[in-house]
Write a protein that binds this ligand. Structure first.
Ligand SMILES: NC(=O)c1ccc[n+]([C@@H]2O[C@H](COP(=O)([O-])OP(=O)(O)OC[C@H]3O[C@@H](n4cnc5c(N)ncnc54)[C@H](OP(=O)(O)O)[C@@H]3O)[C@@H](O)[C@H]2O)c1
Length: 249
């Protein structure tokens, strides 16, 4: 796979799938600018990236969070941008959700992505080709009890990506969504910590009988940022081990 030489900005890069994107891009020879909130996680990532990248502590729910993007060095040029940040997932029926929690989900998972896109597009547009990827969720496609706010935010990312693909294609900017199912990681562990049976039930909803790894997601994101994906834009790519097939029998 040929990755565009250059730099990539990864929001939500301090842990999970976003971190796998950041470290994989750095290993492939790129320069990474990765952002999150937690100082300890960012310090550990900075250590791993060494001179291949720089970390930024910020809160994506604040309007000025992405000002740093405008101040990044011109070289290597930013040709990749990835938004993987998401508020911690706590299942809750909508009528039980407080306004603070609702706003936190929407502003982390959707509004933050819009603000990030707004900040990074002017940089991407100066390059002959570039790629913007949002990490969505299977929840946008299938119903998930307790996931109304999360699903709405993730579905919003898909509409956002289609519009950006349409409007910025003329500047060589491609925009896509990756839509993971259950990722083997801290979130899945937290959801199933109290019940092996629940873990098995969720696993059985995949056709392949396996979880998606953080590295699987990173590999797909990096593919979408590579020249091999030069004709892919406005797409939503499922990476679910078959869970999106939502079999009835
Ligand atoms: N895990 C799953 O099963 C699953 C399934 C489908 C889709 N997804 C999606 O895949 C993506 C990655 O998921 P994951 O489970 O690997 O993620 P994760 O480990 O929970 O990481 C989330 C990232 O978002 C950052 N973040 C959250 N709120 C933030 C804020 N207000 N300001 C700045 N950064 C913030 C976190 O940084 P700090 O911790 O440093 O604040 C962290 O880097 C997410 O978009 C998620 O919705 C996950």
């Amino acid at each position: 796979m040929t990755l565009s030489p250059g730099a990539m900005v990864v929001i939500g890069g301090s842990t999970g799938a976003g971190r796998a994107v950041a470290t994989s891009f750095a290993k492939a020879g790129g320069t990474v600018y990765a952002a999150g909130r937690d100082e300890d996680r960012l310090a550990s990532l900075q250590k791993e990236l060494d001179d291949r990248g720089q970390t930024f502590a910020l809160d994506v729910t604040t309007p000025d969070a992405f000002l740093f993007v405008g101040a990044l060095p011109d070289a290597p040029a930013v040709t990749g941008a990835v938004y993987a940040a998401a508020h911690r997932y706590v299942p809750a029926r909508l009528h039980h959700m407080g306004d603070d929690e609702l706003l936190q989900v929407l502003s982390t998972d959707l509004l933050g992505a819009e603000r990030f896109a707004r900040a990074v597009l002017p940089r991407l547009m100066t390059q002959p080709t570039s790629s913007l990827v949002f990490v969505g969720s299977l929840a946008a496609q299938v119903g998930m009890k307790g996931g109304a706010a999360y699903a709405a935010a993730k579905a919003g990312l898909e509409g956002l990506a289609r519009n950006l693909a349409l409007e910025y294609g003329q500047y060589g900017v491609r925009c896509n969504v990756v839509r993971p199912g259950f990722i083997d990681g801290a979130r899945f562990d937290a959801r199933t910590a109290d019940s092996d049976a629940r873990r098995e039930k969720l696993l059985a909803q995949t056709t392949l009988g396996t979880l998606v790894s953080e590295q699987d997601v990173a590999d797909l994101v990096l593919f979408l940022c590579s020249d091999k994906a030069r004709a892919i834009t406005g797409a939503v790519v499922d990476i679910t081990a078959g869970a999106h097939l939502n079999r009835l029998w």
